[in-house]
Design a protein around this ligand. Sequence first.
Ligand code: FPP
Ligand code: MG
Length: 296
Amino acid sequence: MEEIEAQIERFIKEVDENALALYAKASKGKRLRAKLILKIAGESKESFKLAAIVEMIHAASLLHDDVIDEALMRRGSDSINALYGDKTAIMLGDILYSKGFLELVSYDREISKSISDAVAKLSVGEMMDVTLSEKINLDQKLYFEMIYKKTAVLIEATAQSAAYLCGKDSQAFALYGKNLGLAFQIIDDVLDITMSDEQLGKPSLADFKEGKTTLPYIYLFESLNDEDSKKLTSLYKKELTLDESQWIRIKMKERGAILQAIELAQKLGNEALNAIAHDKNSDLERVMRDMIERDF
Ligand code: FPP
Ligand code: MG
């Protein structure tokens, strides 16, 4: 992974030294997409560079997302917009993703097309997320379309491109990436409810307050009686008291909404593993198992 960090730094430095200094202040994350590329395609100059490109595009999307969400924390640290303001965060994002695209065009058309198509969908996914956050959404289909575009599509294109790079079955790996991405986002949505502020590195139960009716909330609404449904509706987009937070968490457990979401993520995870079972890649199995088999 050090090679990838170094490659990202070289790419940014080629554009601008100041941007590199700024990028150093951004939190770096788990590098899930980079790991995926190395585990599918193995280590080579080409795969290191592709991993750096995808991570730069992903980092750009998060820089912009934190401005859009007005988020002051990212992975337990101050976000770039919190530290230096929205304009700087947007411009750093622009540098990262335009340099990412510049480097992407030297790859085969299948790869450059797959990644750039994913970024267009990613942007639509973010727009859907913002629009869906205007009022309570109980439509599962819209939720799944949104998380597919916002999260799964780039992971799908990443896995597909990595497979293409090393001559593996890119369709099978695309399916693995898609289901991994969907499961990842569903679990992220579960953790927002089940984890503490400390465990998350940002305030918990933030989704509902930000207007996001994530899958556990959709399931919960489906299972509540009229009185409780009214109560949950009244808490939408509200700063919650300790009692109200506690009430949401209790109802989520009591009505099985959390478990229902986890079970769906696990089902998607297993479908992902089936898609690449022929590859017998224990590392890729572990990526998935670490994500779906954990304490909530
Ligand atoms: C995080 O969602 C957001 C994304 C994964 C996608 C953001 C996409 C854009 C801003 C489109 C622009 C794209 C580029 C390349 C500049 P979240 O808010 O649910 O997750 P969080 O809790 O990590 O913030
Ligand atoms: Mg966000």
